[in-house]
Design a protein around this ligand. Structure first.
Ligand SMILES: Cc1cc2nc3c(=O)[nH]c(=O)nc-3n(C[C@H](O)[C@H](O)[C@H](O)COP(=O)(O)OP(=O)(O)OC[C@H]3O[C@@H](n4cnc5c(N)ncnc54)[C@H](O)[C@@H]3O)c2cc1C
Length: 508
């Protein structure tokens, strides 16, 4: 839908530049909250080829909040797990996902089709009255005063200027918002060219049943099992090779031949990427924020680029909404970078490390790598569950007496209440406390803890997943933030609520 501005002086609550998956998710969250939002993109349609193919359970939990998790999962496939194969073709490393019951209420990893998901996000935005969409609007000039941000766009009918209380640059790796902010990027030291091929397998041919990393020094190659008959191959362009040669399908087919019968493939797309690892040094300049690829890029070997961008949206959304509603002061917004930047640094290092395992081109080093990883497999010291590598939030708006679970993701069980069964988040609102109230899986819930009038209710932890998780950790209560992160966890409900109210009061 193409918006026309009826009132040039309108000041939106939020202006989002960039209608990719991160911008679209943030527009949904804010629009569903009733905030006046403008979102603009240079192009009319979504980018019609997939980049991300793997969504994690945090992303699905976020989509649950905008009632899209099921739609986005529709037609997806569970991630089958990954094997890494060494120089001799044998397995040197394996990674998989935790089996059900799913800790966050959703499968840990699904394989999805990015353009389809983006279209679903956009059609949900179209249904929100408080969001105006400006397609074919390219942001060119940015200004910021103490009161507002103004952005001028080049559009088919001439220039348009939009004003907002906050601007969020979700405008991708070459972010013009970031450039205008003058923010430097720290280069975390990764630079490789890879060619990425998506193809549909049109007939039965022998292929691995797991996603496979062929860690072969003479041609590192990744095989990814996507949804339906869609498959992806990623091939490192070797040092000294001409990147442009890989724009030719015959060259790509020649590289693919040892791995697949290329005559069975219908090629959907091929793209050459320069994988790098960069993180913006400053994510906020007064009324302006960066999110998604605008704030960070990493190689795709841990499939966490988009998932991390969605974490940015989840983190920024509740903080912006609390400040827009005058429930918290501006200092809450500073915790966005405090919480998100260190988290991204950890994930980027993991992605780089996996990339180094896969992309090694020196035979001697590859042989040593294989020996080391095989030893780890024998000693069972390899981390197999990929989600367990994702760290908790280390610092930010958290209880400093909250112990090791403060900053972790709160589990999300299925619960029942009045003969209805649903996921716990659907019952929560604002900061919520969950307490075990008996040995039989009964939960006491207190919502909107930050208000003068918190409401209590109860529900049943249907499969006792949360109850068991809390028992195993010696916990009887948790205070959960609006983004599903544990603010505190322990056994002292009254003391925790007191500490929370003091901490929250300091935000006013
Ligand atoms: C090969 C590959 C595989 C990947 N696999 C995964 C994976 O499995 N899982 C995962 O989590 N991540 C993965 N990623 C990363 C993921 O694709 C990106 O992190 C994600 O798409 C970024 O989303 P975004 O919304 O931040 O940015 P983008 O999707 O880049 O959107 C930015 C938008 O801003 C718009 N824009 C730019 N400039 C302007 C302007 N001046 N005015 C208006 N609009 C503007 C652009 O048109 C664009 O629509 C992969 C990436 C690659 C390359």
């Amino acid at each position: 839908m193409h918006a026309t501005i009826k009132n040039e002086n309108l000041i939106y609550d939020a202006l989002i530049v960039g209608y990719g998956p991160v911008g679209a998710t943030l527009a949904n969250l804010l629009g569903q909250g009733g905030y006046r939002v403008a979102i603009a993109d240079t192009y009319r349609d979504v980018f019609d080829k997939p980049r991300a193919i793997n969504l994690d359970h945090e992303a699905l939990r976020l989509f649950q909040r905008i009632d899209l998790a099921e739609q986005i999962s529709d037609g997806s496939a569970l991630h089958p797990g990954t094997e890494y194969r060494g120089v001799d073709g044998g397995v040197i490393k394996a990674m998989g996902s935790a089996p059900p019951p799913y800790l966050l209420g959703w499968p840990p990893n699904i394989m999805f089709v990015q353009p389809e998901a983006e279209r679903k996000l956009r059609s949900r935005v179209d249904a929100l009255e408080s969001v105006d969409v400006f397609l074919e609007h390219k942001a060119t000039v940015f200004e910021q005063t103490s009161e507002q941000v103004s952005v001028t766009f080049d559009a088919p009918l001439g220039q348009t200027t939009l004003h907002a209380r906050y601007l969020i640059g979700c405008d991708g790796a070459n972010s013009p918002t970031r450039e205008w902010m003058g923010t430097t990027m720290t280069d975390l030291g990764f630079s490789e060219h890879w060619v990425v091929v998506d193809a549909r397998v049109e007939r039965d041919i022998p292929l691995p049943s797991l996603t496979t990393q062929y860690c072969f020094p003479d041609g590192p190659t990744t095989y990814v099992i996507c949804s339906g008959n869609l498959r992806r191959w990623e091939m490192r362009i070797m040092p000294g090779e001409n990147v442009d040669d890989y724009r030719d399908l015959d060259k790509i087919k020649a590289r693919l031949e040892p791995f697949v019968d290329v005559t069975a493939l219908e090629f959907w797309r091929k793209s050459v990427y320069h994988f790098n690892a960069r993180v913006a040094d400053v994510w906020r300049d007064r009324r302006v924020f960066l999110a998604g690829d605008a704030a960070h890029t990493m190689p795709p070997f841990f499939a966490q680029g988009l998932n991390s961008g969605l974490r940015d949206a989840a983190n920024l959304f509740w903080k912006l909404s609390y400040v827009l509603d005058s429930k918290a002061n501006d200092s809450l917004l500073d915790t966005y970078q405090t919480e998100r930047r260190p988290h991204i640094l950890v994930l980027t290092e993991i992605a780089k490390d996996l990339g180094k395992i896969i992309g090694e081109t020196d035979m001697e080093k590859a042989v040593n790598r294989d020996a080391l990883l095989r030893k780890e497999m024998e000693n069972k010291t390899q981390i197999v569950n990929r989600q367990s590598l994702v760290p908790p939030i280390a610092d930010g708006f958290l209880d400093d007496k909250g112990g090791e679970f403060s900053g972790a993701l709160a589990p999300q069980p299925r619960v029942s209440k009045e003969d209805k069964e649903f996921l716990l988040d659907d019952l929560l609102s604002g900061f919520s406390m969950v307490e075990l109230s008996g040995s039989d899986g009964a939960l006491r819930i207190t919502i909107d803890l930050e208000t003068a009038n918190p409401q209590q209710s109860s529900c049943q932890d249907t499969g006792a997943m949360l109850t068991q998780w809390m028992h195993e950790r010696g916990l009887t209560m948790m205070i959960i933030r609006p983004d599903g992160v544990v603010w505190t966890a322990g056994t002292d409900a009254a003391g925790s609520v007191n500490r929370f109210q003091t901490a929250f009061f300091n935000l006013r």
